[in-house]
Write a protein that binds this ligand. Structure first.
Ligand code: ADP
Length: 494
């Protein structure tokens, strides 16, 4: 049991200092045109702050400082072990400020405070540590040339990286981009989602405190269609790393084509299938299936939002999943017992409710959950049965605590249904048959397949999608491929 109480968090929140200005060239600054916008706590609907709304000019300033810092080599030319020391200190500072950062995350996005503490903040710190530990163990290559030539293959930072991140795991996903990009010597301009700027701003200050030189990391707050677009179109940003929706990723690819052909690395949406075979360990499968969709209010790009269950165990599975869903504590994110908090904002909550209502109108059966109290941004864990593959609810990313159940007859049927999606981020398979586990995993078109577990993830394994879930990979050593270029140097001897 946690020793934290709701009272503790409420008091801490009342005394919380919130920085709302952009962070450019080592300083917190207003936008050049002094514009701001309101950021609201989705759980209370109270305004938290007026945050700086940057424009193209502010992006320009941040990029100019990023470029200068990169070309001067004040960070890029430090030895890997010196960069490692700074990033490890940043990881330490994140852990030292765990409560403050968790609180900022929770009031920004409505997620349960203990999840913010244990998953988001510790995850971000672990990410900086992991890449810091990796960087001084990576070597270049020497090509097999004849005896009169030497050709070396070295990895160089790309230069100025633009990182655009969403609101569902604001600090964690920022860390997935910042840690490999910074440690490999790049300068970075980070754009948090408009709803969730506060941990990004805090971490910029902590990075400075850890010893990151001014200009190497800037945070430009504001609207996607202004700030994100300006970054996408900027001729002096060398690559964009992005997590967010598929339509925005497509826009960014277009901006790249219109400007300097910068690589755009998108990690986007999903409609991940969870395949439950009749020979699985049922209770284990149910427990994980619930977490796979209801964790973080279902606002997870790899959420297992389609449950495909073998006909023979469908009724038993649904009964157990219903009990589990109804046992989950939906409530105030500040309460340490809460498991499902508030959705990000009123518009999104309305969108999730519309998906549920449409599905019911088309003949889906409500097993549990539903619209909930429509005056709040909370939607209860919702299970829909009698869903067919053509319905929107079975095809589109709802990004809420809503799961659909579809039956299958046999293995082929299950694989066909699972792959029937424009997305391919993740998939899960539940079976005790080893042969089936391997065969099905090979045939699923998904970046990560979890067998007898759910949404398995580690710093050491790549994360990213097939199809319209994106390309390129976050996490693992493979993330360096996005933030480095290969340089071939030929030396003719004699
Ligand atoms: P979501 O639907 O999860 O909010 P978005 O793709 O809209 O996903 O947002 C993810 C990130 O992309 C956010 O930081 C947002 O501000 C940014 N963004 C939104 N629209 C654009 C755009 N036109 N160009 C660049 N970035 C954008």
């Amino acid at each position: 049991m946690s020793s934290y109480t709701k009272q503790y968090w409420l008091e801490k929140n009342a005394n919380l200092e919130i920085e709302s200005r952009a962070f450019i060239a080592g300083k917190f600054v207003d936008a050049l045109n002094s514009e701001t916008y309101a950021v609201v706590n989705p759980a209370t609907k109270e305004q938290i702050a007026n945050v700086v709304a940057c424009t193209e000019q502010d992006v320009d300033t941040a990029v100019k400082h990023a470029r200068d810092s990169f070309e001067q080599g004040i960070w890029a030319n430090q030895s890997p072990s010196d960069r490692k020391a700074v990033m490890k200190r940043l990881a330490e500072l994140i852990r030292e400020h765990q409560e403050e950062l968790a609180l900022l995350e929770s009031i920004n996005v409505g997620k349960p405070i203990m999840d913010a503490m244990n998953v988001d903040i510790l995850g971000a710190a672990a990410c900086f540590d992991w890449y810091a530990e990796a960087i001084d163990k990576i070597y270049g290559e020497v090509a097999p040339t004849d005896g009169l030539n030497i050709a070396t293959i070295t990895k160089e930072p790309v230069g100025v990286v633009g990182a655009i991140v969403p609101w569902n795991f604001p600090l964690d996903l920022a860390a997935w981009k910042l840690a490999p990009a910074l440690i490999s010597g790049n300068s970075v301009v980070l754009k948090p989602a408009e709803q969730s700027p506060h941990t990004a701003l805090r971490i910029a200050a902590l990075a400075k405190e850890a010893g990151l030189p001014d200009g190497v990391l800037s945070v430009v707050t504001g609207h996607g269609h202004i700030v994100g677009k300006a970054m996408g179109l900027h001729n002096d940003i060398d690559c964009i790393t992005f997590t967010g929706s598929t339509p925005t990723a497509k826009l960014l690819m277009g901006y790249s084509a219109e400007s300097n052909m910068k690589p755009v690395w998108p990690e986007t949406g999903g409609k991940s299938p969870n395949l439950i075979f009749g020979d699985c360990e049922l209770d284990n499968a149910v427990e994980h299936a619930a977490m796979g969709i209801f964790f973080n209010q279902g606002e997870v790009c790899s959420a297992n939002s389609r449950i495909l269950v073998e006909c023979s165990i469908k009724d038993a599975f649904i009964q157990k999943l219903k009990v589990k869903a109804e046992s989950m504590v939906v409530g105030d994110p500040m309460d340490p017992d809460t498991q499902v908090g508030a959705l990000i904002d009123s518009n999104h909550a309305a969108k999730v409710r519309t998906y549920i209502q449409e599905a019911l109108d088309e003949g889906a059966i409500l097993v549990t959950g539903g619209l909930g109290d429509c005056t709040t941004n909370s939607v209860p864990p919702t299970i829909l049965d009698n869903v067919t593959p053509e319905m929107n609810i079975a095809r589109e990313e709802v990004f809420g605590p809503v799961v659909v159940i579809m039956p299958f007859d046999d293995q082929e049927d299950a694989i066909r249904l699972a792959n029937d999606s424009i997305y391919g981020l993740a998939a899960s398979v539940w079976t005790t048959n080893l042969n089936r586990a391997h065969l099905v995993s090979k045939r699923l078109k998904a970046g990560t397949v979890s067998v007898n577990t759910m949404d398995a993830l580690d710093m050491s394994t790549p994360f990213g999608g097939y199809k319209q879930s994106g390309f390129g990979r976050d996490l693992s050593l493979h993330a360096f491929d996005k933030f480095t270029q290969l340089k071939t140097t030929w030396i003719k001897l004699g």
